[in-house]
Ligand binder design. Structure first.
Ligand SMILES: O=C(O)c1ccc(O)c(O)c1
Ligand SMILES: [Mg+2]
Length: 577
């Protein structure tokens, strides 16, 4: 299907927007009036610019508060419309979006509204222009898509149809099945936007919190499917008003929008979400850094068990946890994650089909082939079978208290939080948990955990939502058989390695739970879920950008100890790490 996007969805000047939209591979655009008004180019040149970029101008919008008005206002509105028709001729656009009247002065009379819309369609037809009428969720009298359709049917003009917008339909809780009762040729345009569930005024919700399909909680694909079933043959067009997108890099946002449409299209084709090749576990986590990190790993009980034959990379192991230390330089940081994949080449191909950058790799003769892509924060993600390990010729000394990597937490760059969910869901096939907001002493952190079925791969992305200096930290959480035993040893042998936990925390914990007094003695954090599952965890101090978490899950606990995260955020500011 043809894919379009409204210029309002990405940042920049109109020409920057068009370039970014074309670079992402869209076929067409909806030109938003506010973008055109501030553009120094005359409409003819905008038209030529779009054409040069291979973009069609599918729609011009919005035309507001036209219908349901007294006669004198109608005269003014028709005059206003004539000006827009002439502009559209210069622009080469032949579809005008008219949104339902929001004015308190609008008259609630369907016959009057339909008659006036018919008049508008007649005038438009003289310019070869058609009208797509859209019910805004906050329209004064017309705020349901089926009401807009009743008016269009009543008006009975071939140049008048409806514009369906998934946000307006789903934000009001309307049942989209009614779309199938609209003849396909009367659906002139289909706009797609998702949104998170928020309890707020619908206009504010629409203007600030829309996101691309798959980034929120709406069944956007369902709306598209009903429109296709009805016989709609126009473009799938993204129309997103979002405060972050307005500030973000236009090319990146446009590419993310395209990813959302590719994923949506394959949902429509396959009758379910595209089937990524889901990774089954962590093969390794790779960290830049040597001395200080090596010291910390030794303290944690890791042994250096192998070396790469040609690269300055060491393998460190403990139980099933494998870490690579890469001496290539730079401050200590998590630079790559290896995921066990049943089909590494297929996984890369799938990621590429969703516009993820595939990373070129150099490899020596006889070395294992490793396929990698870039995660949204730039971390390299490798898809691995067993062969990579043999490059390091491990010596088999891998015993210890740690059993594997439980999860990895990455910092998402500012303004790109929505991108992360779509990436991990569609590219890696992870399922998101509800997002969380966590207080930081100097701001607020947004956090979202995503996991594979069975929990073999768990990823957490964090982003500074308000204030603070951003959240550059990343961490690797290591699963322990007995975290209290680990804590006992580390607190005794390596004072200063673990974050100290305030006594106030334990006073509160003991008020909530019958907590083992040893938790307080050892500075171990604790959480319990509704089913009695328990989570014991503690943190190391930070080295460069990274720290480690030691965790133990008991009784099917499936969370991440989020209630305790603010303790870590605060303690690192009080000199703890
Ligand atoms: O927020 C608005 O006013 C607005 C304008 C045009 C649209 O297509 C829309 O969905 C919303
Ligand atoms: Mg709309």
């Amino acid at each position: 299907m043809r894919k379009s996007i409204a210029t309002v969805s990405v940042s920049g000047t109109l020409t920057e927007k068009l370039e970014a939209i074309a670079a992402a591979g869209f076929d067409g655009v909806e030109i938003f009036e506010s973008d055109l008004l501030v553009c120094p180019l005359p409409p003819e040149e905008i038209r030529a610019r779009a054409a040069d970029l291979g973009l069609t101008i599918d729609l011009y919008q919005p035309f507001r508060d036209f219908e349901s008005v007294p006669d004198d206002v109608l005269t003014r509105n028709l005059r206003r419309a004539e000006h827009k028709f002439r502009l559209m001729e210069r622009l080469g656009a032949d579809l005008l979006l008219v949104c339902s009247n929001v004015s308190p002065g609008a008259i609630g009379d369907d016959d009057l509204a339909a008659g006036q819309l018919r008049l508008l369609a007649e005038r438009a037809a003289e310019h070869g222009i058609r009208i797509a009428y859209e019910a805004l969720a906050w329209g004064r009298h017309v705020n349901e898509y089926l009401h807009a359709w009743r008016l269009v049917r009543l008006a009975g003009h071939p140049g008048l149809g409806v514009c369906l917008d998934s946000f307006h339909i789903l934000s009001r809780g309307s049942d989209p099945i009614g779309i199938e009762a609209i003849p396909g040729e009367k659906i002139f345009f289909l706009q797609l936007a998702d949104a998170p569930r928020l309890a707020m005024d619908v206009l504010q919700w629409s203007r600030h919190h829309r996101c691309f399909p798959g980034q929120g909680t709406f069944d956007v694909a369902g709306v598209a499917e009903h429109a296709l079933n009805a016989g709609y043959a126009g473009p799938l067009s993204l129309e997103v008003f979002n405060d972050h997108f307005r500030q973000a890099d236009a090319r990146r946002t446009a590419r993310d929008g395209m990813r959302s449409l590719i994923a949506l299209e394959s949902t429509l084709e396959h009758g379910g979400p595209a089937r990524p090749i889901v990774p089954t576990g962590f093969a390794f986590a790779e960290l830049a850094g040597t001395g200080e990190l090596g010291g910390m790993l030794t303290a944690l009980g890791f042994a250096r068990t192998g070396r790469h034959p040609t690269k300055p990379v060491e393998l460190w192991e403990q139980g099933g946890a494998r870490l690579l230390l890469n001496a290539t330089g730079g401050e200590p940081a998590l630079i790559a994650i290896g995921l066990d994949s049943p089909d590494p080449a297929g996984a890369v191909e799938h990621a590429e089909s969703l516009l993820s950058p595939v990373l070129p790799r150099r490899r020596g003769p006889g070395e294992a082939r490793l396929d990698a892509i870039a995660a949204p924060d730039g971390t390299q993600i490798f898809f691995c079978d067993d062969s990579w390990l043999s490059d390091f010729a491990p010596d088999g000394r891998a015993g210890g208290e740690i059993t594997g990597i439980d999860h990895v937490a990455l910092a998402q760059p500012r303004h790109y939080f929505d991108e992360a969910e779509l990436f991990y869901r569609t590219v890696l096939g992870l399922s998101p948990q509800p997002g969380l907001e966590l207080p930081d002493p100097y701001g607020l952190l947004r956090s979202k955990a995503m996991s594979s079925p069975g929990g073999g791969v768990r990823m957490v992305v964090n982003i500074a939502q308000v204030g603070a200096e951003g959240v550059p930290w990343q961490h690797v959480a290591l699963a322990c058989r007995d975290v209290l035993a680990v804590a006992r040893r580390l607190r005794a042998e390596h004072p200063g390695l673990l974050l100290p936990i305030p006594g106030n925390y334990y006073d509160d914990l003991e008020a909530r739970h019958d907590a083992d007094p040893e938790l307080r003695r050892l500075g171990v954090l604790y959480d319990r879920d509704e089913d009695g599952g328990e989570f014991l965890h503690l943190y190391t101090v930070t080295v460069g950008r990274v720290f480690f978490e030691l965790v133990q899950r008991i009784g099917g606990y499936d969370g991440y100890g989020a209630v305790n995260a603010p303790i870590r955020l605060a303690v690192r500011h009080s000199g703890g790490g």
